[in-house]
Design a protein around this ligand. Sequence first.
Ligand SMILES: Nc1ncnc2c1ncn2[C@@H]1O[C@H](COP(=O)(O)OP(=O)(O)O)[C@@H](O)[C@H]1O
Ligand SMILES: C[C@@](O)(CCOP(=O)(O)O)CC(=O)O
Length: 392
Amino acid sequence: MLKFQVHSPGKVILHGEHAVVYQKPALAAVVGLGTKLQLRSQAGSQVASFQLEALNCTVEIELNEFNAFVANFRNKYPSDKLESTAKLMEEVRAEVAKQLERTMGTTPKQHTQRAFLSIYYLLAGAVLSAPGDQRTLQTGFQVQVETELNVGAGLGSSASYGAALAAAFLILAGHFDENSYLQEENLALISHWAYESERVNHGTPSGVDNTVCTYGGILRFVKGQGFQALCIQKPLSILLVDSRISRSTADIVAKVRHLGEEFPQLIEAIWQACEQLVNAAVPLYESFGNAQDDSQKFEKLERLFQINNDLLKAIGVSHPKLEQIFTIAFKRGFFSKLTGAGAGGYAIVLLPENYECNEVYWKLKEELEAAGFGVHVTTAGGVGLRVSSLDN
Ligand SMILES: Nc1ncnc2c1ncn2[C@@H]1O[C@H](COP(=O)(O)OP(=O)(O)O)[C@@H](O)[C@H]1O
Ligand SMILES: C[C@@](O)(CCOP(=O)(O)O)CC(=O)O
């Protein structure tokens, strides 16, 4: 009986948010919080059931209907390889709309619709492109998905969810197994399908979230030019602080674009400064933790956090609640910046070595919590997606 667990991390943008929209480099890192997916096959069952804890819902797929859908698709597009994911997405959208209406009666919430669409699309993709001749699902299974990530808050919950689903379905369909998933071509396949899942949500994502969630570490990326993994010595400790202010990335990006149209040279100078900042940060991240002058490097990194945050404030993407976080942190001697689109969402506070032994750190945490913020101590730059066995 097949049973295993997938853990895939979320992400933060360390530097270069907004500037990256204008072809400047950015750095993204995985965080120590993520999505946990458990899959157990169910002998004698003909249903695949998905318990999505974060969305408080369960969705089901009847295997006979799914297998009929796959067979129809194969008849319609009888090429051996699954060349056109666009056609598959189109067909899956129509099928899922039909099934949701029938099984749930009312139209479900948008998060549930998208989450189910990702499931159906990735499962169909994995089965249709499976090695060997068997392109059907024979035995039912149960999937449970839990997450430590706030959905829709810029921590990459959707890529983390997509990567976990992709790994699980690719194993289920026999592309690779729990022992071989870390081989380069298998990680590339997971990242590819996690990207496809992102397309369900975002149309044309940059590809950074699925890449970093799959491979882990810290990535430097430039829109349209791909990614390079930084050679870091060890992950960095950070405090993720949730301002609890929700925002729309698209709206904020549009406002910043408008500002750039009003003051083109001025805003371009800020983007150039962001690029210089990323260039200065890369060698620090790469050498931090090699025990040579770590405290000096840490202080430099703190300064870069401050400069980056001030540049983001200059383009107007802060928020009074974020400012409150920065002030609390600064008062206690910690450096912080907003991450992602801003105007709410999360702030990152840099934590020094052995922060747990420092009384001031506990005071900081206490004060942030007392002020009503969500506080999670975690790492930036740790491991990527991992599959492990399940005892029961
Ligand atoms: N734990 C989860 N369970 C089910 N669906 C999830 C989960 N996490 C993310 N999703 C999917 O990802 C979508 C959120 O994507 P998005 O708004 O881009 O948020 P984020 O910035 O956190 O990635 C949800 O609508 C849902 O489809
Ligand atoms: C502001 C931006 O640079 C990052 C947005 O990040 P997030 O949605 O807050 O994770 C936009 C983008 O890169 O598309």
